[in-house]
Design a protein around this ligand. Structure first.
Ligand SMILES: [Zn+2]
Length: 267
């Protein structure tokens, strides 16, 4: 049984690097928060400019415009109350020259951006910030930047920080390479995620949350081929979302910790 707390009056700010990260890494968490009555503010730092479109674009349509439209659809599916774009540019993978572009997120001043996020969190009364873990989940420079921005903003506002990661052991055992992070980490050439013992909290979803997560991921049709999402093993690969908490227990803990349900994580 999933916890169904009453979170009316709570505001959660989730910061992500690119359109699609919100669905892939936190889709269940965001829709469970919204279902529980929390106000969910989604902040996305870049337009994912370097994600080549796998579908033909419309006349005059840019990748960024397409990706922002997909993000809006995903946010609506997940129950997001407000979507804010920070307006930076995708930095690309380690070593790409795009990292030195004037608007590249990885080249931006994390303090200045953290100040913007903190201001937004304060104006929204957000007591909870969700952002990437120290290694940017799988090492992408924009995800690392999102970590720095989120961590500083959480400190500035005194909010509880939940650092997004993936359980490398769970994905190895249960999903056998079926999660999109496997391919992404291969491209970035780094180890991804954490071992189970390093993770504070695993948020689980029921069948309805899984369906919404799948719909939100596939809303990013320019980036994700639905065939890449396993039909049989979708729950094993995407049924949990993992966080390392910084600070006192907060709102996400109220959703329940799937780690505590015996056998749940490797079910
Ligand atoms: Zn990303």
């Amino acid at each position: 049984m999933l916890n169904a707390p009453d979170l009316r009056g709570q505001t959660v700010l989730a910061l992500h690097a690119h359109p699609d990260d919100e669905a892939i890494f936190t889709g269940i968490t965001l829709c469970r928060l919204a279902d529980a009555g929390a106000r969910v503010v989604l902040v996305v730092a870049t337009g994912g400019e370097l994600g080549e479109s796998r579908v033909p674009l419309g006349p005059g349509e840019t990748v960024t415009r397409r990706r922002v439209a997909e993000l809006e659809r995903s946010a609506a599916l997940l129950g997001v109350s407000r979507l804010v774009l920070l307006g930076h540019r995708d930095s690309g993978l380690p070593g790409w020259p795009s990292a030195s572009h004037a608007r590249a997120l990885a080249a931006a001043d994390p303090l200045a951006l953290a100040g913007r996020v903190a201001e937004l969190a304060a104006a929204e009364g957000a007591g909870t910030l969700i952002y990437d873990d120290e290694q940017g989940i799988y090492g992408h420079p924009d995800h690392r930047a999102a970590h720095h921005i989120g961590a500083i903003a959480a400190e500035l506002t005194g909010a509880t920080g939940y650092r997004i990661t993936v359980d490398r052991e769970h994905l190895h055992v249960s999903a056998r390479g079926a999660h999109l992070v496997h391919g992404a980490a291969g491209a970035a050439d780094v180890a991804f995620g954490r071992v189970t013992a390093e993770i504070t909290l695993a948020v689980a979803g029921g069948p309805e949350h899984l369906e919404r997560k799948r719909a939100a991921i596939t809303a990013h049709a320019s980036q994700v081929d639905p065939e890449q999402l396993p039909a049989d093993e979708f729950a094993a690969a995407y049924g949990y979302e993992w966080f390392v908490r910084a600070g006192a227990p907060g709102v996400l803990d109220l959703l329940g910790n799937a780690h505590l349900l015996a056998g749940a994580v490797v079910a």
